[in-house]
Design a protein around this ligand. Structure first.
Ligand code: NAD
Length: 251
């Protein structure tokens, strides 16, 4: 049993982390496990290794958020493990492409993961958390790009991530009567495979130099932010976006 003298209220609660195979999602899963949560590590890729690192109460499940039948199977798996308290969605797709070269297939792939997939995932999770009758938490990842328009070939990604801002507000109102909060995290640069994909060292340097803290976030720092948004400490925050960007974008 994890000591909860601080009153976070996370210990023993069941949470699904989607996108847990790598990057931010893997770090979130590990941080929540350390705080005593029972974590279901879900991803399109195999996350058995991450689940093993999280410890014996964690499990791994394969889900593709663009395939609603796999979302239903994931919720069924959660039900078999107990009462679902939380969902953190870190699954995301960024196809860095110069504006002039974006085609219909790319656009649809990004929409399917970042927008439609998140809709079906959160709808299923919200219903399951509501059925538990004990309140809960939903945390979705948007991006600084949704507020700035994006850089380095990320226009369509920024568009799809902006949709998360409307979704959390809509769901926040639906969840509030059942003490379910729904919030978003908007990171700037976080040092993960997504950040580095398709970026030259020169691009990365120029991005870093525009961050007042002059560094990218470590994935584990986003783990702490998610822990806060899942905890009893944040029970009255809903429909909000937490900007985590080292001072680069200040709304
Ligand atoms: N890294 C950054 O700088 C940054 C900045 C802003 C926002 N974000 C957002 O944070 C979240 C996590 O980003 P990351 O950097 O860890 O990305 P990442 O690409 O390293 O990891 C994303 C994970 O999502 C999974 N995934 C992709 N499509 C999926 C699908 N259809 N179904 C299930 N899983 C799927 C991948 O397999 C992968 O494990 C994303 O939503 C991303 O858009 C990241």
């Amino acid at each position: 049993m994890v000591d909860d003298a601080a009153g976070l209220g996370l210990s023993g609660r069941l949470v699904i982390v989607v996108g847990a195979a790598q990057g931010i999602g893997a770090a979130v899963a590990q941080r929540l496990s350390k705080l005593g949560m029972e974590v279901i590590c879900a991803d399109r890729q195999d996350c058995a290794e991450v689940a093993a690192q999280c410890g014996p109460s964690a499990s791994a499940f394969q889900v593709d958020v663009t395939k609603p039948e796999t979302i239903e199977a994931l919720i069924g798996h959660a039900r078999s493990r107990g009462k679902l308290f939380g969902l953190v969605n870190c699954a995301g797709l960024l196809l860095r492409t110069p504006f002039e070269e974006v085609d219909e297939a790319m656009m649809q792939r990004e929409i399917a993961v970042n927008q439609t997939g998140v809709f079906y995932l959160t709808r299923a999770a919200l219903a399951e958390i509501q059925a538990g009758g004990a309140g809960g938490r939903i945390v979705l990842f948007t991006s600084q790009g949704a507020f700035t328009g994006g850089f380095f070939g990320s226009t369509t990604y920024a568009m799809t991530k902006a949709a998360v801002g409307a979704l959390i507000k809509s769901l926040a109102r639906m969840g509030a009567p059942d003490a379910i909060t729904v919030n978003a995290v908007a990171p700037g640069g976080v040092d993960t495979p997504m950040l580095r994909g398709g970026m030259s060292e020169a691009d990365l340097d120029s991005f870093r130099q525009r961050i007042p803290m002059n560094r990218f976030a470590a994935p584990n720092e986003l783990g702490g932010v998610c822990a806060f948004l899942l905890s009893d400490w944040s029970g009255y925050i809903t429909g909000s976006t937490l900007h985590v960007n080292g001072g680069q974008y200040l709304p």
